[in-house]
Design a protein around this ligand. Structure first.
Ligand SMILES: [Zn+2]
Length: 370
């Protein structure tokens, strides 16, 4: 059985065209209390042959990510004295309502790095925008550079220094190549990432990059080890890209693993978000131009699974986890969390699985809105 909500007293009296100020409250309900529930039988829908469209599936995925994202933001709000508290609160309004005009939809994204929903869309944007540059490389090589872990108190400086050091490596390699009569630039795209170690309260800052030319990758690696005496060769990785088509999505899937199979650590995550707030974590070298990764409304996601109308769909958090129509109370995406998704939303971690059965985690990590 599927639950739907009819409009409540507040939404019934709302003026859709003028917009209603949204007020986030801890349980994620952005539009007052839900009204009387009406029941939709999913089996009946199945018998009617109602198959979700591609766009509806995309919206269901957003509903799931919105639910995880809200849960995550409320946990981050529990971090006392964080200078980002106000921003965490503001971002709970991300995609809080969807305005429908005919088949077009408009919403507002928060665009913050901690937002599980925006990050997924951002990964898709970066994949699409940098994809052609990666695919056009004649010899793409995947290079991972690391340094010893940094303490939370020093993370901001570490990231600034890390970026400077990496850029200096490219500058030196370029100069070396020019001296050898090879003036062509070294093309590469790099993304900085950090893994938090709860026991040591430290971050393993590292960068992944796709670089054109195996010899270039080796030269960068050599420079990196020269400049970072405490970095070991064993902790670096260099490998040829076997399937360049999969590389862009792999490169941009996340900047920090917010959801893992370990307990969510709000203090550790807050430390990373503080250190990287307003900082660019994707860097380009050579002829590759940097592109914006701002999450904006996507006009191509048109509403083709419900009737064309003028309406506003308001996010109902808590147990509903879907947007609810102001005009008729119907649920928008008809997302229903399965047990694994329900577990992630409630616990902000994946269920621990044995090595033979890691399908869910892999699928989650790979899914971006490309
Ligand atoms: Zn967002």
């Amino acid at each position: 059985m599927r639950q739907s909500y009819v409009k409540n007293d507040i939404s019934r009296g709302a003026d859709v065209s003028s917009g209603v100020p949204l007020c986030p409250v801890p349980d994620g309900l952005l539009y007052g209390v839900p009204g009387v529930a009406k029941q939709i039988d999913l089996d009946t829908l199945a018998q009617l042959g109602k198959k979700p469209t591609k766009n509806q599936l995309k919206m269901m995925s957003r509903a799931y990510r919105k639910a995880v994202s809200d849960s995550l933001k409320y946990r981050l709000l529990e971090v006392k004295d964080s200078p980002l508290r106000k921003s965490y609160l503001t971002s709970t309004c991300c995609c809080g309502h969807i305005d429908q005009v005919g088949q077009a939809q408009r919403t507002i994204f928060c665009n913050y790095r901690w937002c599980y929903l925006c990050n997924n869309i951002r990964a898709g944007i970066l994949t699409n925008r940098y994809g052609p540059a990666i695919k056009s490389m004649s010899e793409p090589v995947f290079l991972t550079l690391t340094r010893p872990p940094a303490k939370r108190s020093n993370l901001k400086n570490e990231i600034i220094d890390y970026k400077k050091c990496q850029s200096a490596c490219f500058k030196d390699v370029r100069a070396k190549r020019i001296r050898c009569g090879r003036p062509d630039p070294v093309n590469a795209i790099s993304r900085i990432e950090a893994n938090y170690n709860r026991n040591r309260d430290s971050y393993n800052v590292h960068s992944h990059m796709v670089i054109d030319g195996y010899d270039n990758a080796v030269l960068i690696l050599e420079q990196w080890l020269k400049k970072n005496k405490s970095a070991t060769i064993k902790a670096q990785d260099i490998r040829r890209v076997v399937n360049p088509d999969d590389m862009p999505a792999e490169m941009f899937k996340y900047f920090v693993k917010t959801i893992t199979d370990k307990p969510f650590n709000a203090v550790g995550m807050d430390g990373f978000f503080q250190a990287t707030h307003g900082k660019r974590l994707v860097m380009t070298y050579g002829n590759i131009r940097a592109v914006s990764d701002d999450v904006v409304n996507d006009s191509d996601l048109y509403i083709d699974w419900i009737e064309s109308k003028i309406d506003r769909h308001i996010w109902q958090g808590s147990k509903v986890r879907d947007w609810c129509s102001v005009s008729d109370g119907d649920l928008f995406s008809e997302f229903v969390a399965d047990s694994d998704q329900d577990y992630v939303i409630s616990n902000l971690r994946y269920k621990k699985r044995d090595k033979k059965n890691k399908r869910y985690e892999t699928k989650e990590n790979k899914q971006v809105e490309a």
